[in-house]
Design a protein around this ligand. Structure first.
Ligand code: PMP
Ligand code: GLU
Length: 396
């Protein structure tokens, strides 16, 4: 007998980012040296004061269920942070802390979408959005953006994608996988359409602290009065504080919405890990020097990767203004044979690069962009140097 899988879950694709990373780890445990630019997670250790706060939390007995939507101190700290940095007013009751930003996104989609609703998803986009939307019985409407536009959604393309079924726009800024970052004016042009067409926006701003070249980041709900009422803002500690394994993220939204998100979460996961919540609190309230130090290091790597890509004939990538990904256009390198292996698609290319050169990247088609490969530069300089030497050799 086999247990029949539900129709809705049968359609779920595994996360390609995590799958490529698992493949790299498999090779590594078989004794290979792998240069892993696949998964997007900081290679830094979680700062010491954050780990110590977790140990203190355990010692103090914070090892039980917490309020489902998160400990009040953490929700207060999140709200204070958005007030201080963006001037945004949120009450703790408008914040729900969850088991990572991915879980916050799941909660956001699940609480807002009905079957048949359409979500405008500018592509290239991160691997999990479309799958989470489909799990709700809703439809992701993929809108292609162009490399020459910095892979940003234009007002015209947005308008053209809107139908009577459109409920929502998903905006990832800075973008995973392209590293592009919207200016205030670009956001304003989209925001006006959102208001005119009476839509909701999920603004995934998990990379907002990681912007480069002196750029100042604009948070989506700040660009127009009244936008906060129709925005679900997503954030978390995974990328900013090198805390991917702690699983803490949050959403901020109007109270009528967060009340229902809290009910949903209370039935699904009870609460995010109590110890991790105290660690996240220490991250937000502690010295922010660690964030600055990691950002400086990421920026050095981003500059290095930009140079290396420019130095490989036929390879290109959009300017990386934020996050930690290079989205490399590999179209010139497809339709060839590598070490006797025919490479037709970006997936073939990434697999051949991994097998033959032991460099792990993620194929662009996983992000709805054929002919690209994503390389994470959240890896040491030494790894990046060797990885790009090998990419250069591979395509020669
Ligand atoms: N949004 C984006 C754009 C991401 O790249 C990630 C990466 N994991 C997440 C959300 C989820 O982050 P978390 O680790 O907090 O679940
Ligand atoms: N967001 C990271 C990435 O895109 C981590 C893996 C995942 O959650 O997809 O690689």
């Amino acid at each position: 007998m086999s247990i029949e899988v539900s129709k809705i879950v049968q359609g779920v694709e595994p996360s390609a980012t995590l799958a490529m990373s698992a493949k790299a780890k498999e090779l590594k445990s078989a004794g290979e040296t792998v240069y892993n630019l696949s998964v997007g997670e900081p290679d830094f250790d979680t700062p010491k004061h954050i780990c110590e706060a977790a140990i203190e939390a355990m010692k103090a007995g914070h090892t039980r269920y917490t309020v489902s939507s998160g400990i009040p101190q953490l929700k207060e700290a999140v709200c204070r942070d958005y007030k201080n940095r963006f001037g945004l007013d949120y009450k703790p009751s408008q914040c729900v802390v969850s088991c990572g930003a991915k879980h916050s996104l799941h909660n956001a989609f699940f609480t807002s979408l009905n079957p048949g609703d359409e979500v405008v998803l500018p592509a290239p986009c991160w691997v999990s959005y479309a799958e989470l939307i489909k799990l709700c019985g809703a439809t992701p409407v993929i809108v292609e953006t162009k490399q020459e536009d910095g892979f940003k959604l234009t007002a015209d393309a947005f308008l053209a994608a809107i139908t009577p079924k459109t409920k929502m726009l998903l905006l990832c800024n800075p973008s995973n996988p392209t590293g592009s970052c919207y200016t205030r004016d670009e956001l304003l042009a989209l925001a006006k359409i959102v208001v005119e067409k009476d839509l909701v926006v999920i603004a995934d701003e998990i990379y907002e602290r990681l912007v480069y070249g002196g750029l100042s980041f604009t948070s989506f709900p700040t660009v127009l009065d009244g936008l906060q009422e129709r925005t679900i803002l997503i954030g978390g500690v995974s990328k900013t504080y090198a805390m991917t394994g702690w699983r803490i993220g949050w959403l901020l939204a109007p109270e009528t919405f967060t009340k229902k998100v809290s009910s949903l979460q209370s039935q699904e996961t009870s609460n995010p890990c109590s110890i991790s919540q105290y660690a996240a609190l220490a991250a937000l309230e502690g010295d922010q020097g660690c964030v600055e130090a990691m950002k400086v290091e990421f920026e050095k790597r981003r500059n290095y990767v930009t140079e290396r890509i420019a130095g490989i004939p036929g390879l290109s990538a959009p300017q990386m203004d934020g996050a930690f990904y290079a989205f490399m256009n590999i179209k010139n390198f497809l339709g060839r044979s590598y070490g006797g292996v025919e490479v037709k698609t970006d997936r073939d290319w990434c697999l051949a690069l991994l097998e033959q050169k032991k460099v792990a990247t993620v194929f662009g088609s996983a992000f709805f962009a054929d002919g690209y490969a994503r390389a994470s530069f959240a890896a040491s300089m030494e790894t990046l140097e060797i990885a790009f030497d090998r990419i250069a050799e591979f395509v020669k």
